[in-house]
Design a protein around this ligand. Structure first.
Ligand code: GTP
Ligand code: MG
Length: 170
């Protein structure tokens, strides 16, 4: 039948990794070269049809700057899904992503559907994190992994769609 589910989703990751850009690409179909750094967190809503189910995403786009770290639990607590974002041109952002995964594994909802996004895959010539390295890490930690580009839109809808598909109710 036709059913509808609400799903709280949180984006976590280093500052500048592209969390806001991914959400704005998904929700508005836009990309800004000079996206402003998020202060605190920003809320977005978007629906996605998966088969007979309409998934209503309630999206919390958190701020990656360290001074906001202590706010994060307010956003991932009770979340059905998380996207941990890193920038493939920054090894530091990949290390930061691993820290977020650890924190979610310790403190998050154990049934959370978690995706790892290697963002900015349009910047292949500046790559610092190999696809294989990230994929192996994701497999070992029960995440699903996609490389994305908020700029070109590669795999952006796909990552949200895959999350929706994996939600227990969907
Ligand atoms: P905070 O809000 O500070 O945590 O950062 P954020 O993770 O939200 O990053 P944001 O979306 O603000 O993007 C940071 C910068 O990277 C911006 O200048 C974006 O235009 C750029 N950017 C984001 N995604 C991509 C991408 O896929 N490709 C390229 N080339 N640039 C990107
Ligand atoms: Mg942001």
């Amino acid at each position: 039948g036709n059913n509808s589910v609400n799903a709280k989703l949180v984006l976590l990751g280093d500052m500048g990794a592209g969390k806001s850009s991914l959400v704005i690409r998904f929700v508005r179909g836009q990309f800004l070269e000079f996206q402003e750094s998020t202060i605190g967190a920003a809320f977005f809503a978007q629906t996605l049809a998966v088969g007979d189910t309409t998934v209503k995403f309630e999206i919390w786009d958190t701020a990656g700057q360290e001074r906001y770290h202590s706010l994060a639990p307010m956003y991932y607590r009770g979340a059905a899904a998380a996207i941990v974002v890193f920038d493939i041109t920054s090894s530091e952002s990949f290390e930061k992503a691993k820290k977020w995964v650890q924190e979610l594994q310790k403190q998050g909802n154990p049934n959370m559907v978690t995706a790892l996004a290697g963002n900015k895959c349009d910047l292949e010539d500046k790559r610092k994190v190999e696809v294989e390295e990230a994929r192996t890490y994701a497999e070992e930690n029960g995440l699903f992994f996609l490389e994305t580009s908020a700029k070109t839109a590669i795999n952006v809808n796909d990552i949200f769609y895959e999350i929706a598909r994996r939600l227990p109710q969907a």
